[in-house]
Design a protein around this ligand. Sequence first.
Ligand SMILES: NC(=O)C1=CN([C@@H]2O[C@H](COP(=O)(O)OP(=O)(O)OC[C@H]3O[C@@H](n4cnc5c(N)ncnc54)[C@H](O)[C@@H]3O)[C@@H](O)[C@H]2O)C=CC1
Ligand SMILES: O=C(CO)COP(=O)(O)O
Length: 618
Amino acid sequence: MVRGLVRCRVAPLYNKKGVSLFSCLSTPSPDLTLTYPHLHPRLQQTQTQTLTLFKLLVGQSYHSPSLSLLPHPPPPPPSSPKPNVTQARTQTGAHLHIHSAASRRRPKGFQFEAHLHSSLRLRPRIAHLSTWSPCLAAAHAPASASAPASAPAAARTPTPMPTPTSVLTLASASASASASASLFTPRLVARSVRSFSQSAKLKMTASSVLPSRKHKVVVIGSGNWGTTVAKLVAENTREHPDLFEENVQMWVYEEKVTLPKVSPHYDASAGDEPQKLTAIINKCHENVKYLPKIALPSNIVANPSLPDTVKDASILIFNLPHEFIGNICRQIKDHILPYARGISCIKGVTVTDDNIELICEYISESLGIYCGALSGANIATEIANEEWCETTIAYNTPAGDVHHAGNAVANGSSSGAAALTEYKDARGRTSKNKLTPVPGDYPSLDHHLLQSLFHRPYFTVSMVSDVVGVSLGGALKNIVALACGFVEGHGWNMTAKTAVMRRGMLEMIAFGREFFPETIEEKTFWEESAGWGDMIVSCTSARNWRYSKMAVERGVSLEEIEKTELNGQKLQGISTTREVCGFLRAKGVESKYPLFMVVDRILDGTVNVEDIPELLRK
Ligand SMILES: NC(=O)C1=CN([C@@H]2O[C@H](COP(=O)(O)OP(=O)(O)OC[C@H]3O[C@@H](n4cnc5c(N)ncnc54)[C@H](O)[C@@H]3O)[C@@H](O)[C@H]2O)C=CC1
Ligand SMILES: O=C(CO)COP(=O)(O)O
């Protein structure tokens, strides 16, 4: 079964040093996830530039975040006119062939051809490469053109390559094909024509040099979720050595931990002496306190110093309980790169008097950098065990951070590569701060790059631009999760919890509409993992639900449970409820949010769980 056929003709331009200047565009193809490519042993002489183009074309343009490449093989002798073939095998069992050819002395261009097969039964065949010319012809043919009845017999000999042009041509096709003959069905030709006419718009531009620097990624925070996110990004920095520095510094709020004798990491020479958590993580590659029994990649480096962690980092991932973010920002402000960018995985909000801010908004403003948000139905320990889940990342790529002709929609405007750029804040206003663009010798810092950084086979990332919906979804669902725990602890079951969830969702959306009316996108709550997905998981299996249920069952306060049961972990629902309800009172609109307010009153002990139905009825 052939799933797709992609072919491209690309003519890179060269500067005086022979470095190619190019960029490629194409249409998204979520089918392409290449994780274990390898060179065909017969064809080890594939050119470095072939691989680089391969990466740009397939990896970035095709949203293939798990694409990784082998180290570049040595370039072929300059006189070699031979076409080269790179073969890769995708994680889904697909095969990909990339075919390139260069002219004799000074290469003028490459032709690429990728055949994707979803079944291992179809072995990759070099014969397919010869369909390049006929298929390109098919792409030019009228939609009604009838297809050749079978693949040309000459298919086993590669055909001469057409003259390269500066236009990237692309034909994509989908056909059931146990033989290459069926690549030429009328349907396929029609599709090819459509794809080709789309691709006619895709001009190559020679607007930038190839990136020579890599992004340094750091994680600020090392709790249950902080360590899990550090694990998954460290796996990705290893898989994308062309985009990221391999090591991921993880800032750890230093504390001493005593390893029990039964621990596999127990060191008799240290005895029962408490040891620094950073030292244990770096030696044993396990966060024994916040993510026990999960082996961490050795390229995570636990660091107790905040300034040292963020030094030279271009991507800062914030992942710690929201009550600590103010202090963290104050400590790192003078130590970060001016063009650093942030992603906040924190679920919470910042409230001061009658003002409310999203955490990513707070980070952006206090550090003068752009910061997006990651949130979703994500239970850290499940993800650390590589059980599959989804998440949502909201990011509005600042103008000036995209360095090749890409299709990213930029946020704000820039008057030049190095000029400071304006951007739109979470409320759609032009920011007071101006941004320093990410320098052009880094890979573009956009949705494609963030996919490469966060997506794992067990962690599916959806990229959106609704920072408000994603952030509020993550913060406010914790209030609803407490309510669900309370009713369940009281002995009520799914029907009561469903009523709480339904009302909770309506209050969350109303809150977004009331306080972020300029930018809120309601569909985020309905469609994204950061919306209903997170609500369901949080009200059925996360910590805020679990421990609020326990508090009611035991008849003790939730704060007491947090102290005695959570071993240093935090319940974000407690502080979020207090902050949000304080804010609603300050605004005089508490009557519009009866569920949120009843949770606050249960936390205070002024009403009981059995009062909930009556209080919501009013
Ligand atoms: N754990 C989970 O499954 C998920 C958590 N989240 C969110 O991620 C954020 C981080 O939560 P977790 O990593 O789970 O943390 P956690 O609750 O597991 O751990 C608390 C962390 O806070 C640190 N800490 C304690 N005192 C501190 C201080 N004074 N300054 C700075 N740090 C201090 C501790 O060292 C520890 O790393 C929260 O906003 C949470 O809502 C989001 C999705 C999933
Ligand atoms: O956010 C979470 C699930 O998506 C985790 O929530 P808890 O902090 O309640 O465990």
